[in-house]
Design a protein around this ligand. Structure first.
Ligand SMILES: NC(=O)CC[C@H](N)C(=O)O
Length: 394
């Protein structure tokens, strides 16, 4: 089934595992890529999205039609490389303009060896994914002079069908840093750029399951000295670092097979040291507390998701990027729901009733997105302060 044929010269194929095919124009690197195709509704922030390690083995289609109009820069990165497996857009503007622009999106995709496709009907694709659910796909970007043939279309469909299913995939240990490192960079400010934390009040040990840099910057901004440790670091090694707080990062893949992370989190929560988890970290904390997770139909990916704080009724517009969620029906008695999505009523936040541990499914660090729910970082700081004072008085 051919859904669209756009552009003067189709030079790229997008094939879905169900056999749906779109023809468009190749941008970025040429060659083939496969992954789970998901749609993101953010209107800006394509560079942050491309570099978010949580998109490992996912091909992202952006619903906003003009992508690339402000180019890319050296600052808006969430990791040191592009992690998304591919990019699908409607229109790549001919001109990119911004005072921080260092190169165009196309140049960035080529340099990052990222296969991408433009000039396809992304609204049609999004409706398809929303109706049928997220599914695997393949982008085939042809080299100069190569033509789309039925044989190449068949090859792309076969590659989409052969790609591994996201359910059951442990990707946190794949993207995680292999060595421990220290982090001191604080938030970005117009005029001065990123700062450095020089007078830390807390020591946070952050598990890197695929951590976004802006989470670390927001922790550093609030007075944390941060030691980032590999995903598979045992709890005992973390305790040797004498942390005031433990952070569980976002990350790609299915949380359920991450048994090493679930076990170390379970042990660390028991110690009474404050724990804060974001996205995959939220799912890991829930699993470590005895709850269950499930794969959503098409997940949440965007920067406009309303989330209600159940403690005070306040609604925040949040950044989201997840394909799995915690099953509300599986919550044990000591795990309290704190936030809920107003799009589909799925769980967005949890807190332990017996320990200073809480977590959030969306992205309080935004990047890209609104900053409404940044107060969760202050909540973590307050827990660390209380914990420190308790220890001093003990
Ligand atoms: N951003 C994240 O941490 C994503 C968590 C998990 N991989 C999911 O898709 O649900």
């Amino acid at each position: 089934m051919l859904l669209s044929l756009k552009g003067k010269f189709p030079s790229a194929i997008l094939a879905l595992a169900d056999g749906t095919v779109f023809l468009g124009n190749s941008i970025g690197a040429t060659g083939a890529t496969t992954g789970e195709v998901v749609f993101n509704t953010a209107m800006t922030g394509y560079q942050e999205i491309l570099t978010d390690p949580s998109y490992c083995q996912q091909i992202v289609t952006l619903t906003y039609p003009h992508i690339g109009n402000y180019g890319v820069n050296e600052e808006d990165i969430e990791a040191d490389k592009i992690h998304a497996a591919g990019l699908i857009i409607k229109d790549l503007p001919r001109v990119a303009s911004n005072f921080r622009k260092s190169e165009t999106l196309n140049e960035y995709l080529v340099r990052g060896k990222t296969v991408a496709i433009a000039n396809i009907d992304t609204r049609k694709l999004t409706r398809h994914l929303r109706t049928k659910g997220a599914q695997n796909g393949c982008i085939l970007g042809l080299a100069e002079g190569e033509a789309v043939t039925q044989a190449l279309i068949d090859k792309a469909v076969a590659a989409a069908k052969a790609a591994p299913s996201m359910a059951g995939l442990d990707l946190a240990k794949v993207v995680s840093v292999k060595e421990t490192y220290e982090w001191t960079q604080t938030e970005w400010k117009l005029g001065s750029g990123y700062g450095v934390q020089i007078t830390p009040r807390f020591h946070v040990v952050a598990f890197d399951y695929g951590v976004k840099k802006n989470i670390l910057r927001m922790l550093a901004q609030r007075g944390a000295r941060i030691t980032v440790v590999p995903a598979q670091t045992p709890a005992a090694d973390v305790l040797k670092l004498r942390p005031d707080g433990i952070f569980l990062a976002n990350g790609p893949g299915d949380p359920e097979p991450c048994d090493y992370a679930i076990e170390s989190t379970r042990q660390l929560i028991e110690t009474g040291i404050p724990v804060f988890g974001i996205c995959l970290g939220h799912q890991i904390m829930a699993l470590a507390s005895g709850a269950k997770t499930f794969k959503m139909k098409f997940g949440h990916h965007g920067a406009n998701h309303p989330v209600k704080d159940l403690d005070n009724g306040r609604v925040s517009i949040t950044s989201q990027n997840h394909g799995f969620a915690v099953d509300e029906k599986s919550l044990p008695a000591n795990l309290r729901p704190t936030h809920v999505s107003l799009f589909d009523n799925t769980l967005q936040g949890l807190a332990r009733t017996d320990k200073p541990a809480f977590c959030f499914q969306g992205h309080p660090e935004a990047s890209p997105g609104p900053h409404d729910i940044g107060y969760l970082f202050d909540r973590f700081t307050a827990l660390m302060q209380t914990h420190k004072e308790g220890q001093k008085n003990a």
